[in-house]
Ligand binder design. Structure first.
Ligand code: NAD
Length: 318
């Protein structure tokens, strides 16, 4: 059986990748310092609590799991406004620690790495969407840490290790079986803010209404988080998805969505742009996988599990 190390595997995307790996017959081993992740998301999985820059810990993981054949690197700090306020902390956490991590991996003979990058490194020019050929011009310290890491990994890849950078667009929702999901009570991105505005009965702040788009608001692309791990888990192993995940999905039910909250106008974000979404055509021609979350199951899990939230605990802040 294939074993994969998932750094940041207690976080939103990493834990979903871990579930997708399990469903595909791949054993996930989790490394996470829990600075943002949740311990419950590691339940039933081999879990090492610690930092990706901790060489002794990485050495121990490989000595106890010599069969690890690839690493999915999702460990990072990801809040854009926080990165503007603390750029040194973000370069330290995302760039310096990633460099230390890859050197620890190399020392342990691991040369297959999938890096969670971000579509925020593209320049989203007004009047056009972005695709894999769009120019790169990250707009925030967070996005620049991802771009710097990509360059760093590209240089490292020339010398040996194979590194694949996946540039995710905005992932939303939860694992279709609600094993994991968005773990933050107050997420900073649009869907979380929208749900929260609804729950609290206040208007949803629309950040920018004077962009050169049809209604003046920014255009964004959202991808169900259950879709992103599919290519990730396939890249890290040749295993195929099990029938278990398919039958579990077909059992799910959905409830009608509530009425949307009203909107209120708020200033544009300095790190945002009018459009950031990909046209389908170039990607469809290049990739062999398809997003497979059916509408019927996408709807409840698109709420990020907020209706049932099996991972919420009594100690969570309101
Ligand atoms: N969520 C998004 O909208 C989005 C979009 C594009 C790309 N990404 C990328 O995907 C990756 C995962 O994002 P996420 O949304 O799951 O974030 P997250 O905060 O939910 O998960 C990150 C995980 O990494 C852990 N971590 C952070 N620094 C660590 C360190 N030094 N050592 C060990 N563990 C550490 C945290 O505890 C957390 O569990 C990030 O690299 C992010 O840049 C996220």
């Amino acid at each position: 059986m294939t074993t994969v190390l998932i750094a940041g595997g207690a976080g939103y995307i990493g834990s979903t990748v871990a579930s997708a790996c399990t469903d595909a017959g791949i054993t996930p081993v989790i490394l996470d310092n829990l600075v943002r992740g949740r311990r419950e998301f590691t339940s039933g999985r081999a879990f090492y609590e610690g930092d990706i820059a901790d060489g002794a810990l990485v050495d121990r993981i490989f000595s106890e799991h010599p069969d690890i054949s690839a690493v999915v690197h999702c460990a990072a700090l990801i809040v854009v406004p926080e990165s503007v306020a603390d750029p040194i902390g973000y370069y330290e956490a995302n760039v310096a620690k990633s460099l230390a991590f890859v050197s620890h991996l190399h020392r342990n003979g691991c040369d297959r790495i999938i890096f969670s990058s971000s579509a925020s490194i593209y320049r989203a020019e007004d009047g056009s969407s972005v695709n894999e050929d769009s120019p790169l011009a990250p707009q925030s310290p967070y996005a620049r840490t991802k771009a710097v890491c990509e360059e760093m990994f590209a240089d490292i890849a020339v010398a040996g290790p194979r590194v694949l950078s996946l540039r995710y667009f905005n992932p939303v929702g939860a694992d279709p079986e609600l094993r994991t999901g968005l773990q933050l009570k107050r997420p900073s991105h649009a869907l979380g803010v929208l749900i929260q505005a609804h729950q609290e009965g206040r208007p949803f702040p629309i950040t920018g209404t004077t962009y050169p788009t049809r209604d003046g608001t920014g255009i964004r692309d959202y991808v169900h988080v259950g879709t992103s791990p599919r290519p990730t888990s396939r890249r890290s192993s040749a295993s195929t998805p099990s029938s278990r995940s398919r039958s579990a999905r077909s059992r799910s039910t959905w409830a009608p969505a509530p009425a949307p909250p009203s909107g209120s106008c708020a200033p544009r974000s300095t790190t945002s742009s009018a459009r950031r979404w990909p046209p389908w055509t170039p990607s469809r021609a290049r990739v062999t996988w398809r997003g497979a979350t059916p509408r019927a199951t996408g709807r409840p899990s698109c709420w990020g599990g907020r209706r049932s939230c099996p991972w919420r605990t009594a100690s969570d802040p309101p």
